[in-house]
Design a protein around this ligand. Sequence first.
Ligand SMILES: Cc1ncc(COP(=O)(O)O)c(C=O)c1O
Length: 438
Amino acid sequence: MQNIPINNKIIDSKLEAFNITDMDKASIREVVEIVNQIQDETGVKFIRMEMGVPGLPPAKVGVDAEIEALKNGVASVYPNINGIPEVKKEAARFVKNFMNIEVKPECCVPSSGSMQGTYSVFQVASSCDKQKDTALFIDPGFPVQKQQFMVMGHKFESFDVYNYRGEKLREKLESYLEKGNINSIIYSNPNNPTWVCFTENELQIIGELANKYDVIVMEDLAYFGMDFRKDLSKPGQAPYQPSVANYTDNYVLFISASKIFSYAGQRIAVIIMSDKVYHRNYPELENRYKIKGFGNAVIYRVLYALSSGVSHSAQHAMAAMLKAANDGTFNFVNEVKEYGEKAQIMKGLFTKNGFTILYDKDEGEPIGDGFYFTLAYPGMKAGELLHRMLFYGISAITLSSTGSTKEGLRACVSAVNRNQMNDLKERLEAFNKAYPTT
Ligand SMILES: Cc1ncc(COP(=O)(O)O)c(C=O)c1O
């Protein structure tokens, strides 16, 4: 506990250097840099909860397959733009094994991370119908996807789901959809930043409305299988990863290797389009892209224009990781359970010291323990809370950039070491003593 709380002159001089008067306005990259500098100057090792990076080694089966592919010479060969056959086949198997959803290998297309996948699909979905020129985000959400809309120059709307769980979601969604301008509904499940997971009831509502209003649901499964309240790890056996795909054929799923296989550095994910979406023709799309079919526009127009496909060796890695999961020789869920275990400990320490979990329930059931959780502290706004936590060697990000309307923080467990839990406990006790809640 030496040097804690950190001298406020040190922290405030850093904030001044970054021109930050309110931590609520600081970007994630700014928080990272400020904390790096405070650590360097004070020697205090922070409890770093700001970045959503994998905290585990990459899946070995992927690394081995990638090395092997490179040795076999794939680096000199342009990969197939719509994906190597192995990755397409194993992705379709994966969706069947872990979601119990039938998709065709043809409709499974690798992208350079989900980031490129969502960019490509948002671009096409925004160009299908002039009347439907707006996407709808169910927030809180992953801020970079909004940045993608900013870059593309397409429109979006959003709302914070906090007050609209369960049946209330139907009315709220319909209030947007009935205007007739919405082309897609976008969310992540489990959710970054809150870790809420939609219930079957909520997924059914979304699916039914997607059918009724003919919109495409974009389900971002970056944290596939990581709702550890259920064991989603057994191929071909229930329970399965919940999905809107059980309730509508108007879906596109994004399965990223970054978190589930700790493979973020190699930038690989798979876009899964339903057969209906993949083959659907939209006259306006054809006018613009001179090609028939949603899937073809994604692959042969946007992905081709962006990067001419995905790194060849990374596709071999993805194929191998999916295959090992499908064959039951690699339990990817067990590999990442560490996040849930750390979250349980950390949430316990925070709540014992005056904090509350802000987004705490899925239709009455406590949320699971996973990669992220959200925090609030009585009487403190988000920017003030983060600022004060820095004095105690703890960093996170505020929720304002995620579309949340609540005053609170997102905490990510991945970069926190098990051996830091005692430091966290002592720092939180000191924080609570300095700012008593009762
Ligand atoms: C919800 C969500 N979607 C997408 C991504 C990015 O995935 P990828 O690394 O595959 O681009 C992240 C990463 O943090 C995420 O949290």
